[in-house]
Design a binder for this molecule. Structure first.
Ligand code: ZN
Length: 445
């Protein structure tokens, strides 16, 4: 009980002796209301922090000489050192030589997967228990956070059921360190279109939920939302059938119904698609982003631009898979698959399609998320500033995360400091010296 409450109790004791009847009627409620008010007015005092880096990248531009103030879990001030007055008692964190920027946002990860050159995808789905996969995922979450990615859009558990829901809860409750997660849970595939596949006589558990037709689709989307899906992921095409070529899966009507059902519950839909037809159906259905888009054409990107659909090219995943298959990057000729992807990315850029920064992490190691940013600069000609904007304010906008992605008063104190200037040198994003999420320091110099 606080001092104020004790004083109030003493006062009430006097009143009780004089006005016993009145007290019995009103006294206790007055005391309770008073104490409740006192408790509300005294939140746990957390000291403010003034961060003083060499420069601040605010999600849009670089500002040398800026400082940032954090109180509790929010940014409360950002601006030139001379114009920002920190609150009394604020501690100062000197960050000489470092650039402070918003926590990076991974656009496409699978925390429940680990690199395919360690264990092929089929074997992860069929041979690894959920306990093993979740245990790994907790480590993946920590590595992602310490690499400077304070938010991740995790696009499917690939056969690990709804374990991403518990993983997200464990992070949010502070039980394990990890990024804030947007989760897709099981993801949706048309019957027969996904894997793993063994002999035709054997049915095995699949890497996503099969659903078809009006009733099946509506039920599956609602089931996933009910279990905790923030977003619905759908495979609009996939390599299916004996020849293993990518072909559309769901019909236009089915895709449209998926989007309508998700949207009615306030959820967006993302589509895995690499064929022009799969990409077109997904775009017309109203998905928010298309993942991969390997065989995108100028026509389909024009349509995506018109409909405001963003592309997450996941260049790092295709690059990693080609290397797992023996491509010696830098020595061997560029494989046709990689050349095709490069053409697709160029066509998307030319059409003015918004790019999402997301690498399909899990195909390659968690914590190595910056690989996508590096390759977009080194292999696809984007500027470091372009990819840095994508990984912060850009992804925040596409994912409807108005509370992060920039350094601005009122936003979440999700901050990362790196050595050097990442707006000039993309490799600087590897030099993470400080990671703060919601005002809590997970790493500091
Ligand atoms: Zn993926």
């Amino acid at each position: 009980m606080s001092t104020d409450c004790r004083a109030a109790a003493a006062l009430l004791f006097h009143i009780v002796r004089r006005e016993r009847g009145l007290f019995l009627r009103f006294g206790w409620s007055v005391l309770l209301l008073f104490c409740a008010g006192v408790l509300r007015a005294q939140p746990a005092a957390t000291p403010a922090t003034l961060l003083r880096p060499a420069a601040v990248f605010d999600g849009q531009d670089l500002h040398p000489g800026w400082v940032v103030v954090v109180e509790n879990d929010k940014i409360t001030a950002a601006g030139p050192a001379g114009k920002v007055t920190p609150p009394a008692g604020a501690r100062t964190l000197e960050l000489p030589g470092l650039t402070l920027m918003p926590g990076l946002i991974e656009g496409h990860s699978h925390l429940l997967l680990h690199p395919y050159n360690e264990t092929p995808w089929n074997d992860q789905v069929l041979l690894e228990s959920q306990a093993l996969r979740v245990a790994r995922a907790t480590v993946h979450a920590q590595r992602t956070l310490l690499a400077g990615f304070t938010t991740a859009r995790d696009l499917g558990t690939e056969g690990a059921g709804y374990t991403d829901v518990g993983l997200k809860q464990a992070i949010d409750k502070g039980i394990i360190p990890g990024p804030r997660l947007l989760i897709a849970t099981r993801a949706l595939v048309a019957t027969g279109s996904y894997g793993p596949k063994l002999a035709t006589d054997i049915d095995v558990p699949q890497g996503a939920q099969e659903a078809d037709g009006v009733d099946g689709i509506v039920r599956a989307v609602r089931e996933q939302i009910g279990k905790g899906a923030d977003i619905i992921k759908v495979y609009a095409d996939y390599r299916w059938g004996l020849n293993g070529t990518a072909a559309p899966t769901f019909s236009q009507e089915e895709l449209t119904l998926i989007v309508q059902t998700a949207r009615a519950a306030g959820r967006g839909v993302v589509a895995h698609a690499s064929t022009p037809e799969g990409m077109q159906r997904a775009t017309l259905a109203g998905v928010e982003t298309i993942e991969h888009g390997d065989d995108g054409t100028p026509e389909i990107f024009k349509l995506m631009k018109q409909r405001g659909v963003a592309l997450c090219p996941t260049v790092a995943a295709g690059d990693a898979i080609s290397q797992y298959r023996g491509w010696k990057k830098g020595q061997d000729p560029v494989p046709p698959r990689i050349q095709q992807k490069a053409q697709s990315v160029q066509a998307a850029l030319k059409a003015g399609v918004t790019l999402v920064m997301g690498g399909d992490v899990g195909v390659f190691a968690h914590g190595d998320n910056a690989r996508e940013m590096e390759q977009l600069v080194q292999d696809h000609g984007l500027s470091p500033l372009q990819v840095l904007r994508q990984a912060t304010s850009g992804n925040a906008q596409v994912f409807h995360l108005a509370d992060r992605g920039r350094i601005r008063p009122g936003l979440l104190a999700d901050l990362v400091a790196v050595t050097g200037d990442p707006t000039q040198d993309v490799l600087a994003v590897r030099q993470v010296q400080l990671v703060m999420k919601g005002g809590v320091l997970y790493k500091q110099p």
